[in-house]
Write a protein that binds this ligand. Structure first.
Ligand code: AQP
Length: 335
């Protein structure tokens, strides 16, 4: 079997409205990486159902994430865009990895602890075993690199542990040990209401996040209301460490404008937040509005989106099936 050297897999859940964190932490980087890598971009609906999803909303959000990929600049002719549940090999390999991963490894996952909170007896088993499915998503394509936001770093380390253990247990070199690609000035975009919490689809407050479906006036309003403090903008990078909300807004500006945090500080240091927020709102609107309007156009053409996903599914299966067959042979399953 041919072993790729520069193959990417990454996924986005259709579990709500995509936000600026998904865009700056993941999708914007996908657009850059498509020039250099063979890419598999997946709408991970099996992950989405680890918490309750309304079926009618889920099917719509699955197409909407696809539209967001394309509207952000991912070329559907060059890259493979597909839906996770349409490629059954993911779930089959995930079961095998459930038998490779150790309970102790999964017990250490902070995302599960955050999401389950005090309700851990009542959340789904899928939420707990989510990282083994993520490992399968990546390794079924023998992907070598995985672009993600900083919040997924721990899950990716677990993927590496699973690949390593499988290879050791069965004395094989089938699975690569994939490298994370976490880059840009906004690898962890925080809530606009609380700088200690990441921006997230499931935050109950709409004012905590900017969504790719937001209108220009909503974006401006949310930035205007974003939490800051009474001081003006800082003089240097060191002094923002104690001011998480300020650091967050500066990082967002830097990432949207493709400049460094130092450059943003030198442009705005000493200025009032009202001035900075006005500039940030204008910048966010100018970058996001074209994406939103393209997404809306694409969402009106369902058959185009479905044709992209069908093509992506066929290609994904053609790569995933031989890897699954080889895995089964290594384990000792009958063909
Ligand atoms: N706040 C963030 N900052 C930077 N990157 C982020 N990502 C998510 N939130 C941020 C990155 O976006 C990609 C897709 O994420 P996902 O949709 O698969 O799941 P998630 O990380 O669980 O996203 P949410 O929005 O926070 O959903 P909920 O509220 O359901 O938990 C990933 O690469 C992720 O790192």
């Amino acid at each position: 079997m041919e072993k790729p050297t520069k193959r990417i897999l990454s996924g986005v859940q259709p579990s709500g409205d995509l936000h600026l964190g998904n865009y700056l932490g993941a999708i914007k980087n996908f657009v850059t990486l498509q020039k250099e890598y063979e890419c598999f971009f997946c709408v991970v609906d099996l992950h989405a159902i680890t918490v309750w999803q309304d079926p009618k909303v889920l099917v719509n959000k699955t197409r909407e994430v696809t539209a967001a990929f394309i509207a952000s600049g991912i070329d559907p002719k060059k890259n493979n865009i597909f839906v996770q549940s349409q490629v059954p090999q993911h779930a089959q390999l995930a079961w095998i990895f459930n038998c490779v991963a150790r309970m102790g490894w999964l017990n250490r996952m902070t995302q599960f602890k955050d999401k389950a909170g005090k309700n851990s007896e009542n959340v789904s088993v899928g939420l707990f075993s989510y990282p083994t499915l993520m490992a399968a998503d990546i390794l079924i394509y023998l992907a070598t690199h995985v672009p993600v936001g900083d919040d997924q770093k721990q899950h990716l380390e677990l993927t590496r542990d699973i690949a390593q253990k499988f290879n050791n247990d069965f004395n094989t070199e089938l699975f690569p040990i994939p490298e994370p690609l976490i880059f840009g000035e906004a690898t962890r975009v925080m809530s606009l209401r609380d700088g200690s919490k990441k921006m997230s689809k499931s935050d109950p407050s709409d004012y905590s996040r900017i969504m790719l479906t937001d209108k220009a006036e909503d974006i401006s309003q949310k930035i205007k209301k974003a939490k800051t403090d009474a001081e003006p903008l800082p003089q240097n990078k060191e002094s923002i460490k104690e001011r998480p909300e300020v650091e967050n807004l500066i990082s967002i500006y830097a990432s949207l404008q493709d400049i460094s945090i130092d450059q943003v500080i030198s442009e705005f240091s000493g200025k009032e937040f009202s001035v900075f927020k006005k500039n940030l709102a204008d910048l966010a609107v100018s970058k996001l509005e074209p994406i939103t309007s393209e997404m809306n156009k694409l969402m009106d053409d369902r058959s185009y989106i479905d044709s992209i996903l069908n093509k992506g599914k066929d290609k994904a299966i053609s790569v995933a099936e031989p890897v699954l067959t080889k895995t089964k042979e290594i384990i000792g399953f009958l063909p």
